[in-house]
Structures are given as C-alpha cells and as structure tokens.
Write a protein that binds this ligand. Sequence first.
Ligand SMILES: Cc1cc2nc3c(=O)[nH]c(=O)nc-3n(C[C@H](O)[C@H](O)[C@H](O)COP(=O)(O)OP(=O)(O)OC[C@H]3O[C@@H](n4cnc5c(N)ncnc54)[C@H](O)[C@@H]3O)c2cc1C
Ligand code: FES
Ligand code: FES
Length: 465
Amino acid sequence: MSLILNDESIETPHVSPEMPLLDFIRNQRGLTAAKPGCGTGDCGSCLVLVGEKAPGETQARYRTVNSCLMTLADAEGCHIITPEGLNGEALSPVQLALVEHGAVQCGYCTPGLVVALTGALLNGESPVEAAEGNLCRCTGYAGIRRACEDLDTQFIRRERTLAEAAVSGLLSALVAAASAGLKPLAEEKRPTHGNHLRFRAGNTDLGVQHAHQADDATASIRLHRVPSLRAITLHERHVSVGAAVTLAELRQDSTLQEEWPLLGHFLSQFASPSIRHMATVGGNLVNASPVADLAVLLLSMDAELVLQSASQERRCSLADFYLAYHQTALRPDELLTAIRIPRNTDVSRRLHAEKVAKRERDDIATVNSAMTVSNGLPGCFGEVRISAGGVAAFPKLLMATSAFLSGEPVNAAIIREAMTLLDGEIAPIDDLRGSADYKRRLLKHLLLAHVLALYPELRLEDCLP
Ligand SMILES: Cc1cc2nc3c(=O)[nH]c(=O)nc-3n(C[C@H](O)[C@H](O)[C@H](O)COP(=O)(O)OP(=O)(O)OC[C@H]3O[C@@H](n4cnc5c(N)ncnc54)[C@H](O)[C@@H]3O)c2cc1C
Ligand code: FES
Ligand code: FES
C-alpha cells in the first residue's frame, strides 16, 4: 500500500492493512502528536486530515477524521496530515488563537483541536461546530470557544481563502504538493488476504466493536471505494443516495436541502463533524441500532432501500427492513446499494425531528423521533408518518398513531388521543439512558413538539393530557 504522510510518500509492505491508522502513525512512524484517548471516536484527540481525490476529480478534498477508527487500508492512496504536518516555523493562525485565548492547559487535546480547526478553515466551515467532537479533559472550554469565535470572525466571516494565509504557509505548500502527486483513488478490488470477508463503510460502528484489535483473519471490502455507492442522483420521483455516501455529504446535498429544508439541521445533531465525515448512510441503516438517528428520519420520510445480491436486485421499504433487535431483512448475500428518498419538489410534505440525549451535541439519543405530514384538507392533517427510536428493539414507524392522525382535524383533543394510542405501540426498556417510564413520557412530549412546530396555531396547554 502507498500513501502520502505529511510531505513524504511511503509504502507499507509489512504492516497489517487492518491496523488502526493512529497506531500506524504513532508506533510505526514515530509521529506522536495525534494522541490516543478513548479509541472509540468520542474525544477527538487522534484527529488527522485526510485528503483524497475521488475518481474523476482533479482537486483533492480534505476532511478531518478520527484516526483511531480509520484503518491503514482506508488511508491507501490518500494524503494524511498529522498535527506535525501543521507545524511551521511560526505559529499558524489556529495555534496562535488557541494560545492567545488561553485554550491550552495540559495540551493533550490541543493537537486534535488544531487539526479540527484547521480543517474548518480549509473548508470554510464554522470553527465552533468543527470543535464539537473534541473533548478537553482539563475543561478549558471557555478559552477554546473564544479561540473558535475569533477564528470565525477573522477568517470565515471575511471569507478569506487559504491562500490569504487562513492556514499556515506550510499547510498550503503541503496541500499543493500532495494534491499534484495524489492520484484518484483506485477502485476497490476483492481483498487477497484474510479468511473472512465483510463489508466495511465508514468503520464508525465496526471500529468501535473491534476497538484496539487488528483482525488479520477478516478482510474488508471497503464500500466507500466503490464510486457508484458514493453517488447521489436525481430521479423524477426520488433522490437515489448511494449507501456509502457519508452523513456530511448527505447534509450538504443541495437538492435535499431545498426539498427537505430542516434535514441538514437535524443531521447536525448526529455525532461530531469528524464522525460525520466517515459514517455512511448505509452503515447507519444496516447496523440497526434502536436509536439510529438517520433511520428514524428516513422512516418518517418514507425511504426505500435497494438491496443487491449477485443474482438479483430487490427493493424493500425501510419500514419493513427492521425485524428484531439488530436484525434486518438484508440477506447474507446482499449489499445495500442505495436509499431512495422521495422527492418533495413543492415542499408540501413537512418534516420535524427531535433528538433527546444526555448531551446536546456528540451523543447518541435516549429517544429520537421524526414526523412528516403532507397538506390535508383545510384544518386537517394530511398523510402523517411518525417514527421513533429508543422505545423498541429497533427504529420504528408508529403505524397506528400515524394512521390515526392522518386526515383528522388538527385540534388538541385529537393530539391527546394520539398520545394515549402511542403508548400501546412502544415497548421501551430500562437502561443506562433512562427508565422505560421516562422514555414513554419523553416520546409523548416529542410528539407534542412535532405538532406544535408543524401547527403553530395549537397551544401547548390545551394539548397536555
Ligand atoms: C463517536 C460516535 C458517535 C456516534 N454518534 C451517532 C449518532 O449521534 N447517531 C447515530 O445514529 N449513530 C451514531 N454513531 C454510530 C455510527 O456512526 C453510525 O451508525 C454510522 O452511520 C455507521 O456507518 P459506518 O459507515 O461507519 O458503518 P460501518 O461501521 O462501516 O458498518 C456498520 C455495519 O453495517 C454494515 N454495512 C455498512 N454498509 C453496508 C452496506 N451498504 N450494505 C450492507 N452492509 C453494510 C457493516 O458490515 C457493519 O456490519 C456514532 C458512532 C461513534 C463512533
Ligand atoms: S482516541 Fe478518542 S476519538 Fe480517537
Ligand atoms: S488542555 Fe488538557 S485536555 Fe485539554
């Protein structure tokens, strides 16, 4: 395998391709600025920048990733920039802002923060949002926030470009040199090593399940190296989203932004920016976590899945996909290739979603829920679809409650009845995130939040049971 590490082109003939990239850069290459922390994508101390040229593209794109969850195989053909690669003779603007605003105490989280904020400046993104996945054990958040806001004012709001020195001169030179040398990513071939094969996409679920283990017996087919699985294509009645499209790419798609205006906002509550750069749509649906955020959103949007085996392609509505706890209708010889999201060109179907977690950002849900509704007769609901996670063994379309509300007049009495009906459709359990009773009450409040957001004429005090 070959890759560019900072300013050096390297080959890695004797290293397991399944080795975490973090272990490779620290233990094999002696680059120790990216720090081991949680090992599960939660703390951001291991962040690096990954540049890649997608097939057909001439410019490399750079994104921040958690190197504890990326394997060496994933880095093949890419340009990896570690915190060392961002050090010039003088401090970069990011480093300077962190120092000037007192954001550095013990310094353990600092290299990850420098990478996160440099990535934000490189891509014209909000520094405050970029730092959402970076934990500081010394809790120096006030200084970190001030540094982020300063960088935002200095660079993002003034739309200063990389060339105008938004980032260190060294990084500009690195990116320019590597971009010229970087070839478009080679298409995935069937691996020749390992006794078992599995599909791997962003590795944000698999990597956590197999944290700290380089599993040589299992070879992965890296789905994000298959161009057709990374495409978003428009059709008359649906948008086809390749299963290996990342959450970040889905959030940025202009058609989906126009037709489902709040989708991007809800997706910003999914994990952290660096996890969203890795995690894929297909991985979220196939992993079948009972609280999978995207599954809950797409259930309410009436998405359909395209499942492909060697001999046939079939379609399955997402509502029929989940069978039991972590069990889906995907057969052992099948791959999820695409997700068909209905077009909403006149924006007549409205979406609202809520996620309640222990932390506002970068946490998985205790309970999440989404509702879509089409235009109905005056004063009435149109077709309603309500979904929820964390209240059953899998993400669930609340069919009875949705059918009950569809076509009914919009009034407080109907909402109160719907909340009673909803109770019979769910079976939450007590766990670390909350008691079953708490989750029941939470979901009723989320239903209220949906209808109050979608029908502002309703009054909260009238709808309470
Ligand atoms: C720190 C952290 C925070 C997280 N926060 C959230 C959150 O806020 N909300 C949330 O919902 N999830 C969250 N997750 C979970 C995870 O990020 C998502 O479920 C993600 O979408 C999984 O996608 P992936 O591409 O990384 O899957 P992978 O780990 O690559 O794969 C997951 C499973 O799906 C299979 N698979 C993947 N793609 C396909 C396909 N196309 N066809 C067949 N099988 C396939 C794999 O074989 C594997 O079994 C978080 C994870 C981490 C580590
Ligand atoms: S070590 Fe914590 S995110 Fe990688
Ligand atoms: S400065 Fe010590 S962990 Fe952040």
